[in-house]
Design a binder for this molecule. Structure first.
Ligand code: MIG
Length: 666
């Protein structure tokens, strides 16, 4: 059951499509304090809190304080409060069971037993919000009801599920060709190579550097002949440069965010000074979306939207003020406090909250200061792209995912989990984030495999791929200046070939489970707690997941480990695929077991009376045969599997012919 409680008058976010009538009366569960603008809930000793989408820390969110404040977080750690998203949905499970969604475009704080272990306190920045309370028979049921409110999740094209290689600093078309060549030569499957900001001319959106990427259209075609898709990045900020048509046109039409006095707001990002398209103005959004045509016309079929929190490195005045203050320090004896302040002056320039109070949106004629609607920006950039794809390429599924997001954006694209590090802890974080993102409707997601911001190692890339083979988005990515970690940079070619090939063998299952999750408003990745609610040990497992209907995974996330402890909430079958081509199976009883998982082993577990369909693989998705399947199964009485398969490109998702029931007898 869903009830909607209304406080003040919310600025419309359009995250909820099917709004129920507002409920009169007192909000259940949470105490409301209008003057403090807070909601608080008394948590029982054993209460757990799930959800909040993209955030650091546990599957159970209790014990930390999180903020919904979309931020460019190049250096996030366990103590980071806000990542790139505003995902204000959670479920409390314990003495009581309920879900809450706070529909609110501004900054929110979720103190989940951080200040006081027994109190869950939510603080808003102004008192104009809608609160949805959802009750149901279990967590999954609550999630489904929530998802029904917010509408169906984005569906990616089949090739988007293939392995993708990215690196910030592929400087020329030849470097990109090299990635493709190495993969094909070594028989390591590949479906896409990403183009980071280096393909553009001076970081200008919707331009191509003709010197380094000559004859782009032909290049796209040449790659497609090898069944490889190029996926360019699009940044939120538009370079301020005379003669640059996107800038000039946007300026002339008044489509950029403005200062209070109506002049355009200028902030600095990659290209230096840039203007920010007013993604909240429907006309400007249409206009920005139409710009993608430049690349669609060149044969591009997928994009990733970056810097759309929006990230602002600095503004002219903030930079000026900082320089001014720093100049005043010249010749001074800087003691500790002053020195820290000096460092802060520069560090605080980027993503500065003050800058977010300096510009305005035109929302259907109403002038609204950015900080009040901050979390809607990336969402609406991606919506701009999506709506344009619907107009320009209505028949096609276009790959689209974004860095920043808000609930509602899940209808328009997926997301990647932002600038992680080549840390083992971030491999685990990738796993933990999958279910909370699924709760919020984000099904097409994954993290930068191998780690983005620091030097990676061969074993970390291998282990990360062993998780990545299950995540809908499977992309290896690294930052400029870090050690190269394309899989062919390392010695263990056979191991990498095997692990990535397993993705293509597993894809009939992964794709089928993804599509069913989308079409049934369900979760593809679930904590064990959701499937085994009566099992107290299962409810504490934070490093294993249920994937789809019949599978459990337990990736290795410790360096030099050759196995790990795995909790089995019930008897399951272990399946191990070795790089030598062996398939080993073993029945494991319920409880804790140490499971050997060699560096290149792909291991997963099947629940009783379930089956996993497998293909024979392929070098790219279009080579995979989804008809002639083999199965791994654990049969006691027999298994029945709903296999979803469409051609991966058309949009007739609901066609009943896409579902077939596969039955195996014991
Ligand atoms: O602040 O385009 O998250 O994936 O490689 C850096 C360069 C800007 C941030 C993205 C990252 C991308 C990088 N971008």
């Amino acid at each position: 059951m869903v009830s909607r409680y209304v406080y003040g008058k919310m600025i419309e976010t359009e995250s909820v499509l099917n709004k129920p009538e507002k409920t009169e009366g007192v909000l259940p569960y949470f105490k409301v304090n209008e003057t403090e603008m807070t909601f608080s809930y008394d948590m029982g000793e054993k209460d757990k809190v799930y959800g909040l989408g993209e955030n650091v820390r546990g599957i159970n969110k209790r014990g930390w304080i999180y903020e919904s404040k979309c931020s460019d977080q190049m250096n996030h750690h366990e103590d980071t409060r806000a990542l790139y998203a505003g995902h204000n949905f959670f479920v409390v499970s314990g003495r009581e069971l309920f879900g809450i969604y706070i529909d609110y475009p501004g900054i929110l704080t979720f103190d989940v037993g951080y200040t006081c272990y027994s109190e869950f306190k939510i603080t808003a920045s102004d008192w104009n919000l809608d609160v949805y309370v959802i009750t149901g028979s279990d967590i999954r049921d609550i999630v489904k009801q929530f998802r029904r409110l917010i509408g169906r999740s984005y569906i990616a094209p089949l090739w988007g599920f293939g392995y993708g290689q990215c690196r910030w600093s592929y400087m020329t078309a030849d470097e990109v060709r090299e990635v493709a060549r190495r993969h094909r030569e070594l028989d390591i499957p590949l479906d896409s190579v990403y183009l980071d900001i280096d393909y553009m001319e001076r970081y200008k959106d919707f331009t191509i550097n003709e010197e380094t990427f000559p004859d782009f259209e032909k290049f796209v075609e040449e790659m497609k002949e090898q069944h490889i898709h190029l996926v360019p990045i699009i940044d939120a900020g538009v370079k301020q440069e005379e003669g640059y048509s996107v800038y000039e046109e946007g300026l002339e039409k008044g489509y950029f965010c403005t200062r209070e006095d109506g002049t355009p707001f200028v902030g600095a990002v990659w290209p230096g000074k840039a203007l920010f398209p007013d993604m909240l103005n429907p006309e400007a959004r249409d206009w920005f979306g139409n710009q993608y045509r430049f690349l669609l016309d060149k044969g591009i079929e997928g994009f990733w939207n970056d810097m759309n929190e929006p990230a602002v490195f600095y503004t002219e005045e903030s930079l000026e003020a900082a320089i001014e203050e720093i100049s005043g320090m010249r010749g001074q004896n800087l003691d500790l406090d002053k020195f820290w302040h000096f460092k802060d002056l520069v560090q605080r320039l980027s993503g500065n909250e003050n800058d977010y109070t300096k510009f305005y949106h035109n929302m259907n004629g109403e002038k609204i200061r950015h900080d009040r609607v901050h979390n809607l920006y990336g969402y609406n950039m991606t919506r701009a792209a999506h709506d344009a794809f619907e107009r320009l390429e209505p028949e096609k599924r276009i790959l689209m995912y974004s860095r920043s997001s808000f609930i509602g954006m899940h209808r328009y694209g997926g997301l990647w989990q932002g600038d992680n590090k080549a840390w083992w802890s971030h491999l685990l974080m990738n796993l933990k984030m999958m279910p909370s993102l699924n709760m919020c409707g984000f099904l097409f997601t994954g993290a930068d495999i191998g780690g983005f911001g620091t030097d990676s190692t061969e074993d970390l890339v291998m282990r990360w791929l062993e998780l990545g083979i299950y995540t809908p988005l499977m992309r290896n990515h690294a930052a400029m200046g870090t050690r190269k970690h394309e899989v062919y940079q390392f010695e263990n070619t056979e191991g990498f070939r095997h692990v990535i090939r397993m993705r293509y063998r597993l894809i009939p299952y992964i794709y089928s489970e993804y599509m069913k999750a989308v079409l049934n408003d369900d979760m593809m990745f679930r904590p064990l707690a959701f499937d085994y609610p009566e099992d107290e040990l299962a409810s504490e497992v934070e490093d294993q997941l249920m994937v789809g209907d019949g599978m459990m995974i337990a990736p290795v996330y410790t360096q030099n480990a050759t196995g790990r402890c795995v909790y089995f909430p019930e008897k399951m079958k272990l399946v191990r695929f070795t790089k030598e081509g062996e398939q080993q199976e073993e029945i494991i009883s319920a409880g804790y077991h140490y499971i050997h998982i060699g560096l290149t082993d792909v291991v997963f577990f099947i629940r009783p009376d379930h089956l996993i369909p497998l293909s024979s693989g392929g070098q790219y998705m279009d080579e995979v045969d989804f008809e002639n399947l083999s199965f791994v199964s654990y049969l006691i009485h027999g298994a029945k599997y709903e296999y979803y398969h469409d051609n991966g490109y058309e949009k007739d998702y609901e066609n009943p012919d896409h579902i077939r029931v596969i039955e195996l007898e014991a």
